[in-house]
Design a protein around this ligand. Structure first.
Ligand code: NOJ
Length: 585
């Protein structure tokens, strides 16, 4: 691969080629027609998300830890990823597995020490892998010293770090809570008042309207930026700013609660403040979890000239796949195409197909049956790594890890699953149907330990794993896939290499072909005179289509079937879940 760059401040003029043959200087000179692109590592990055509790245990306590990750640094490098985002590992009572932080500057001993953290992060950076920290500052843990002091006295210096409703004013106006079936306010006897929590009772919301609180947050971010982290993922960030007169919301508002709880105009002022205080001086980037409820909301968060955040991600396709029967290829294409077109000129989005809040990608969008698991996961990874937007791969998806079967509520430990179960029970819902759906979409499916090899406990721990390991680890594991050139793992490595080497896959314009085809998702990516065509069969049947006669295929970049791909006379045929990327003219 060859490309030649000249950087003018942040703007790069790019000449490049994804042609694998050597280019002569005349050929290079011919490519002086160049597109202006704003090159950034966080756009070009291929991110890998590590759920630290489930990645690798080094000390036999059954929980993943930093030293376990250190043992696998070479594995991370072998994946061709360029950044890691790690879920929270701070001091925490673990009510929500670390998204309830009791001390933002201290490491939860379960994961190791600060020295271990530094060794792990430096080890990544030495291998060209940047580190993205999860910043959980919409709320803290109720065990945080701020909350402990604030709940005891209305005069505490930390009182205004949280949201309070004094009981002498009567009951507070109803607020929805994502995790607490009883709603978003909870009573505290010591000060005869209610505090607000968007998530669990043990996760009181921080009061961003208070400048002192905001300064505390910036100081925490500076602390980690000085340690050398390269970026931040802002958890639940759209909910941070609130109307502190706490008005009544219309009945039934929770079906559109982001509109009421999230993205108030003040939030943008706070983000600009954060940008100037932290992001700009430390040269770090930030990605927002969520993107409001409209494209405009998302643009207001991430457009470069606004100087707020750099990247956001949306959840449209996540909600589309929450039940087995709701997802159609037409909807899937529509969602991705409309988000792409909304960000074609300005702004930048990340894309993902699974994370720690969802069940496994192959169960929701692919085909987990043993005979199709490999090809359908490869197809999904091809999609993720060839779209515009920064791809986030969740640990285990590079192997095709699948959902674990958990039909019984007694096995669940996650606060979200338990809260939903209580609500369903209280409403007298059909609990068998509820459990069927939970078994399919629960986020516990995505948190089972990493499957390293076929030995006892999948090579994850020598002790008792904190969570049951998926019994299919004997077939789906790193050791087994490492030496197989056609494995999901080695296909993933080829895809990251392809994306890392071909800027057309990062910056190229996206154009959807065959919008109504119910099996094939086909699209082109174009940058200057480079064009590639991505062809994905999302179905278990052979799929055919006809190429427009304005396109001719000049080479194959990747194909998840060993059979040669050809499209004689413009007629193409794709095997079940086949994924091919070709160069075109
Ligand atoms: C979003 C996180 O991704 C999720 O895991 C967590 O439970 C909530 N925010 C609350 O922090």
């Amino acid at each position: 691969m060859m490309y030649r760059l000249s950087l003018i401040s942040m703007i790069a003029l790019v000449t490049w080629s994804c042609n694998t043959s050597n280019q002569s200087s005349e050929e290079t000179d011919e490519q002086e027609e160049m597109t202006e692109i704003d090159r950034q590592w966080w756009k070009e990055g291929t991110l890998y998300q590590i759920y630290p509790q489930s990645f690798k245990d080094s000390d036999g306590d059954g929980y993943g830890d930093f030293r376990g990750i250190i043992e696998e640094l070479d594995y991370l490098e072998s994946l061709g990823i360029t950044a890691v985002w790690m879920n929270p590992f701070f001091e925490s009572p673990m009510v929500d597995n670390g998204y309830d932080v009791a001390d933002y500057r201290a490491i939860n001993p379960r994961y190791g020490t600060m020295e271990d953290f530094e060794e792990m992060m430096t080890g990544m950076q030495q291998r060209g892998i940047r580190f993205v920290l999860d910043v959980v500052v919409n709320h803290s843990s109720d065990q945080h010293e701020w909350f402990q002091a604030a709940k005891k006295s209305r005069d505490s210096e930390y009182r205004e770090y949280y949201h309070w409703w004094p009981a002498e004013k009567g009951e507070p106006p109803y607020r929805y809570s994502l995790f607490d079936p009883e709603g978003g306010w909870d009573y505290v006897e010591e000060t005869d008042s209610y505090y607000l929590h968007t998530f669990a009772e043990a996760q009181p919301d921080l009061n961003w309207e208070n400048p002192k609180l905001r300064q505390e947050v910036y100081d925490i971010m500076k602390f980690w930026a000085e340690k050398g982290v390269d970026g931040f993922r802002m958890d639940a960030f759209q909910f941070a700013s609130k109307d502190i007169t706490y008005p009544e919301f219309p009945e039934g508002y929770e079906s559109d609660f982001i509109k009421y709880h999230g993205l108030r105009p003040q939030l943008h002022e706070y983000l600009k403040e954060m940008y100037l205080e932290v992001l700009e001086p430390y040269n770090v980037y930030a990605v927002a979890e969520g993107s409001g409820s409209t494209f405009q909301d998302a643009h207001d968060l991430v457009d470069a000239d606004r100087k707020e955040l750099q990247v956001a991600y949306h959840f449209d396709y996540v909600s589309m796949s929450r039940t087995p029967d709701r997802y159609t290829l037409a909807e899937f294409k529509e969602v991705f195409s409309k988000w792409d077109s909304a960000f074609a000129e300005a702004g930048w989005m990340a894309i993902f197909l699974s994370n720690h809040d969802n069940s496994r990608m192959v169960n929701r969008f692919g085909d987990p049956r043993p005979e199709f698991r490999t090809v359908s996961t490869q197809m999904l990874n091809t999609f993720l790594l060839s779209m515009r937007g920064t791809p986030y791969t969740y640990y285990g998806d590079e192997l095709g890890m699948t959902n674990i079967d958990m039909p019984n509520i007694d096995e669940y430990v996650d606060i979200e699953a338990l809260g939903k179960y209580q609500t369903a029970k209280a409403k007298g819902a059909d609990l068998d149907a509820f459990m069927k759906e939970l078994n399919y979409n629960s986020r516990e499916n995505g948190r089972t330990p990493m499957q390293w090899d076929a030995s006892e406990n999948a090579g994850f721990t020598s002790g008792k794993p904190w969570k049951r390991i998926n019994p299919n680890y004997v077939e789906i594991n790193v050791a087994e896939q490492n030496d197989n050139p056609n494995s999901v793992l080695n296909h993933f490595r080829k895809m990251t290499a392809l994306r890392n080497d071909n800027l057309v896959l990062v910056y190229g314009d996206y154009e959807l072909l065959w919008p109504d085809h119910d099996q094939i998702y086909g699209f082109t990516r174009t940058l200057n005179d480079e064009r590639v065509l991505v062809l994905l069969n999302f179905s278990v049947e052979v799929a055919t289509a006809e190429l427009s006669n304005t396109m001719s295929i000049t080479g194959t970049l990747i194909n998840n079937y060993s059979k040669e791909f050809n499209a004689e006379g413009g007629k193409l045929s794709l095997e079940p879940y086949q994924a091919v990327i070709v160069t075109i003219q």
